[in-house]
Design a protein around this ligand. Structure first.
Ligand SMILES: *Cc1c(COP(=O)(O)O)cnc(C)c1O
Length: 243
């Protein structure tokens, strides 16, 4: 099992490198984030002990369950799932450093309240729904600039960029359109020159579409199955807040 993970990591890193070369980008512009939903802590540890540093969960419950087992192993924890406001205290307690799925003002308000009380700050990415699928979370692209502007007023939230989940489709060019929307939004927001807003990060691309995302400017690719193997539940399970 260790060999599998190490082999898969090598393959992914080569894919990232090749995509960067093709796009004329430097491979150190793209960070590999491991999406660790359903993966037991011992398997995550193998990746962390072999050069990986960035992981992310979708559900607070899993973050909590693995916390003790992983806390001695150096890493950085992002959160990429839909976050309910009553779980805010947990992501802070379990040392999440970046919330990639900030998708609504109410969540920002509640985060700010809690962060202020704890005298902390949190990095955030604004999650945008670029595929126009109702099943996906994320702010509508038309409302993303306004949300960014409002979130920027909360001094505890450090906006670092944007995140999206591309369309699930075998048609590369349709997926590419999603990534282009995110890139274009990033450029628009940069032009707005909003105080307290950095727009360096574009978190987009997963196991199946990371090459396309890198060609369109991704700085963080989020990879799960290509490193840890297939999951037993469909992705919709993890992206549904009711479960
Ligand atoms: C699971 C997940 C990923 C990784 O998906 P894979 O197809 O397994 O690489 C990326 N982003 C989010 C938000 C996820 O939930």
């Amino acid at each position: 099992m260790k060999e599998d993970i190490l082999h898969n990591l090598k393959v992914i890193n080569t894919r990232i490198q090749n995509a960067c070369e093709k796009a004329g980008r430097n491979s150190d512009e793209v960070k590999l984030l491991l999406a660790t939903k359903t993966v037991p802590a011992e398997r995550i540890k193998i990746a962390l002990e072999n050069g990986q540093t960035l992981i992310a969960e979708n559900k607070v419950q899993e973050l909590k369950e693995k916390y003790e087992d992983l806390k001695e192993t150096l890493h950085n924890n992002h959160f990429i799932g839909h976050l309910q406001t009553n779980k805010i205290k947990d992501i802070l307690k379990y040392d999440v450093t970046c919330l990639q799925s900030l998708d609504r003002l109410e969540l920002a308000e509640k985060l700010h309240q809690r962060l202020s009380a704890e005298n902390k700050t949190l990095e955030v990415l604004i999650q945008v729904n670029t595929s126009n699928e109702e099943s996906k979370f994320g702010i509508n692209p038309n409302e993303a600039i306004e949300l960014t502007r409002k979130v920027s007023e909360f001094s505890t939230l450090r906006i670092k960029g944007l995140m999206t989940i591309g369309l699930f489709s075998a048609e590369t060019e349709k997926v590419r359109l999603c990534f282009k929307i995110l890139k274009k939004l990033q450029q628009e927001i940069i032009r707005e020159n909003i105080p307290n807003v950095e727009m360096n990060e574009l978190s987009m691309g997963m196991s199946g579409d990371l090459e396309t995302a890198i060609e369109e400017g991704a700085t963080i690719v989020r990879v799960g199955t290509a490193v840890f193997g297939a999951r037993i539940y469909p992705d919709s399970y993890y992206w549904n807040e009711e479960k």
